[in-house]
Ligand binder design. Structure first.
Ligand SMILES: *Cc1c(COP(=O)(O)O)cnc(C)c1O
Length: 364
């Protein structure tokens, strides 16, 4: 979109919801089908097949009509027995909140905390697992508040030494923009939601889930109902969901997964990597600094230390005039950082346009 053309909408460079293709918005406008119909079963089946490809799993992918937070609740409730503990790795607002969700569901929680902007280190995890046995380790692969990506492979290598410890991964702001090889890594529960790197409107959440999770869930007495994985499984095997799903968004998901697979997942991951690198180069060249620690930068969202004390509110007002918007810092990082989400269907050209506009605003 050239600067001279008046934009018909605001392009979102925020970490969810993101810019969504017009075709995908329109795909939601189809006539309803009954969720107990053969047509729905066919829709569920085709979406399920494509989701398994995107998660690199032969196993199941649960479909939940909720945002990603609902599947936090599912993971916490189903994977941890009453007399056992869960270990949460906390290094930002989202990982902190997931630990809270486990507590709020009555679970016994331990936490390894890292300073915001840093990642919990594999050695810290190894040390804690030697001291205490856990039903699960819960980690956020991409901490959206700080732009930090966890060293998943190294962490998995450590947790795998404890076969009874399930690996629960929040992939909400990274799934679709980075390869998460669920089966090869042996991850037990990997959850995401539609409105971030998948490039869909909000309203559905997905989780690739192992047999071990199901076996564990059966040993947990109070799983609730809406997020009971045993119940979700009973319907999944019939290509259905226990309760009425967001059918409109399932139409859109089907179509967006087609776009993702047509682009090629590896190409998609490379595009995200490229946009992240462009952003980091710009940060370097323009007197800013990355808030995330070196070696742990996210491929989907850059959290930038506001070293030049830019008025982010004024910046966004300016950007809006040019049809774009970025994100201020999250929570306690509100004024200290700003964030550029480069995810979903945004392209390097979009990123260049945004960075150019930011430059124009700061100069002007
Ligand atoms: C956005 C986000 C969530 C919350 O997801 P919702 O779909 O809004 O419930 C959880 N974790 C991370 C890392 C996120 O970025």
């Amino acid at each position: 979109m050239a600067d001279t053309v008046k934009p018909d909408h605001i392009r979102l460079f925020i970490p969810g919801p993101v810019e969504v293709r017009k075709e995908i918005l329109e795909a939601q406008g189809q006539w309803m089908i009954g969720h107990r119909s053969a047509d729905f079963e066919a829709l569920f089946t085709t979406v399920q097949g494509k989701l398994r490809q995107a998660f690199f799993t032969q196993s199941r992918v649960y479909v939940s009509t909720s945002s990603g937070t609902g599947l936090w609740e599912a993971a916490s409730r189903n994977c941890i027995r009453d007399d056992r503990r869960v270990l949460h790795l906390v290094n930002g607002a989202f990982s902190e909140r997931w630990a809270y969700v486990s507590k709020a569901n009555g679970k016994q929680v331990d936490v390894i905390e890292a300073e915001w902007g840093k990642s919990v280190k594999p050695e810290q995890l190894a040390e804690q697992l030697k001291k205490q046995s856990y039903d699960a380790v819960a980690l956020v692969l991409n901490e959206t508040s700080t732009g930090v990506k966890a060293p998943l492979e190294e962490m998995v290598g450590i947790i795998k030494q404890y076969p009874d410890t399930l690996i629960l991964v929040d992939a909400v702001s990274i799934f679709g923009g980075y390869k998460i090889d669920v089966d090869r890594l042996g991850l037990d529960f990997v959850l995401t939601s539609t409105q971030k790197a998948m490039g869909l409107p909000p309203g559905l959440a997905f989780a690739a889930s192992s047999d071990a999770v199901l076996a564990r869930a059966k040993q947990v007495s109070n799983r609730g109902y809406y997020f009971d994985l045993v119940e979700l499984e009973a319907f999944l095997v019939k290509n259905n969901t226990p309760t009425t799903p967001n059918i409109s968004l399932m139409f859109a998901t089907d179509k967006q997964l087609d776009y993702m697979l047509a682009e090629g997942l590896e190409n998609r991951f490379a595009r995200h990597q490229k946009m992240a690198e462009m952003t980091r180069d710009w940060v370097q060249e323009n007197g800013f600094a990355m808030f995330s620690e070196e070696g742990y930068h996210s491929p989907t969202v850059s959290t930038i230390a506001n070293t030049r004390n830019v008025d982010v509110k004024a910046l966004n007002k300016y950007l809006k005039g040019r049809g774009m918007i970025l994100s201020d810092g999250y929570g306690k990082l509100k004024d200290k950082t700003f964030r550029i989400a480069h995810m979903a269907d945004l392209t390097p050209t979009d990123v260049t346009e945004l960075l150019t506009a930011i430059g124009d605003c700061i100069k002007g």
